[in-house]
Design a protein around this ligand. Structure first.
Ligand SMILES: [Zn+2]
Length: 190
């Protein structure tokens, strides 16, 4: 009787240890997969996240290959793939920062027009699986037709460093970001 009780306890102990090992293995595997994913995601790169305006969870960055002058992106600081993964408060924060950025860009470029877009999943044209909102200031006559900006975005947005679109040099990028940071302070948007 004593032996069988001991055996039963041993079995339970073995199952518990086994469960702990399985759970930990799952967690480790999850961490490894996430690390690999983050390494491959251009928007998770801390250098890319050095933007010109930010909020607690989001940052505005200048597009390295803009469709038109001022073309910027609002991205979450953490890797989030879908709008549906945001809380309601995060959706609000995302849009509020987007609107601030649109205001800043239109002031910086002396216009009152802009386009913005979020592509959800590959079928909708999402090229980088990290949520990003495009904000593009517009001027009358900047493209043959006002709606052409989306075709420009679609055909060239293979990666943020698209080969089909002229890439800014580090100097050009630095100069634009400095100007936008200065304008942000002037407009008291921080
Ligand atoms: Zn990412």
């Amino acid at each position: 009787m004593l032996i069988s009780l001991f055996e039963a306890e041993s079995s339970i102990m073995f199952i518990r240890i086994f469960n702990v090992l399985i759970i930990n293995f799952g967690l480790i595997l999850n961490c490894v997969l996430k690390s690999v994913l983050f390494m491959a995601c251009p928007f998770c790169d801390k250098r890319v996240q050095e933007g010109f305006l930010s909020s607690e969870n989001f940052v505005a960055i200048y597009n390295i290959a803009p469709v038109l002058p001022g073309h910027s992106l609002i991205i979450p600081k953490k890797h989030v793939e879908s709008l549906f993964d945001f809380t309601d408060a995060e959706v609000a924060e995302f849009m509020v920062l987007g609107r601030k950025v649109a205001f800043l860009l239109t002031k910086a470029l002396n216009t009152d027009a802009f386009d913005w877009a979020v592509q959800e999943k590959e079928a909708a044209g999402q090229s980088v699986p990290h949520v990003h909102m495009h904000v593009v200031p517009r001027k009358v006559g900047d493209l043959p037709n006002p709606g052409d900006w989306y075709q420009e975005l679609e055909k060239s947005e293979v990666h943020i460093d698209s080969a089909n679109r002229k890439k800014l040099s580090p100097e050009e990028m630095s100069s634009i970001v400095t100007m936008l940071r200065k304008k942000t302070a002037e407009l008291n948007l921080v």
